[in-house]
Design a protein around this ligand. Structure first.
Ligand code: SAM
Length: 157
């Protein structure tokens, strides 16, 4: 049987993969380091910060100017989030992205050139991060996706 990833974009929006929330345990050290001001991909139940945008606001059409942006986007459609961050309106944008899709167009077109040129910083994180499942409030067993993640850090040129 051939392998089909549950997170590949051609499968369309999928709450299971689009609504995973980083744990406070993993988020707090990042927040301490980057001092975020805005969670741009959130809902009332999973925001990591007091200030956030939801799908109703549509962060992709909102202004990120002057913000220190935290972005754990819906993994079913990553490209528009990277494109938005690449506009470099934010003082800083840190995206938490799957590290197993570096062959895909959004990575190759948008991230790889900047990574090679040194204008985008990529940090591959050790191990497999656990996530809180959609609509849940805490970690349950088997909430570790089968891929590693990376931080993509984008700042004004
Ligand atoms: C992977 S979850 C992130 C959860 C949590 N905020 C975190 O940082 O771990 C992505 C969230 O983005 C929301 N979302 C999807 N499209 C959006 C949009 N256009 N603007 C803002 N939020 C959106 C989804 O509803 C979902 O809650």
């Amino acid at each position: 049987m051939s392998f089909i990833s549950r997170t590949h974009p051609q499968q369309g929006p999928n709450e299971v993969v689009d609504d995973r929330q980083i744990t406070d345990e993993d988020f707090v050290p990042l927040h301490r380091r980057f001092r975020f001001t805005l969670d741009v991909a959130a809902s009332d139940h999973n925001t990591k910060l007091p200030r956030y945008y939801t799908i109703g606001d549509d962060a992709l059409t909102c202004c990120w100017k002057g913000e220190r942006v935290w972005c754990n986007p819906p993994y079913s459609n990553i490209r528009p989030w990277v494109e938005k961050a690449m506009q470099r309106e934010a003082v800083l944008a840190v995206l938490l992205l799957p590290a197993n899709r570096t062959e895909q167009g959004w990575w190759q077109d948008l991230i790889e050139p900047g990574r090679r040129a040194g204008t985008i910083c990529v940090e591959f994180l050790a191990g497999r991060m656990r996530f809180i499942a959609a609509k849940d409030t805490q970690i349950r067993p088997n909430q570790r996706p089968p891929f590693g993640v990376c931080l993509v850090i984008i700042e004004p040129s």
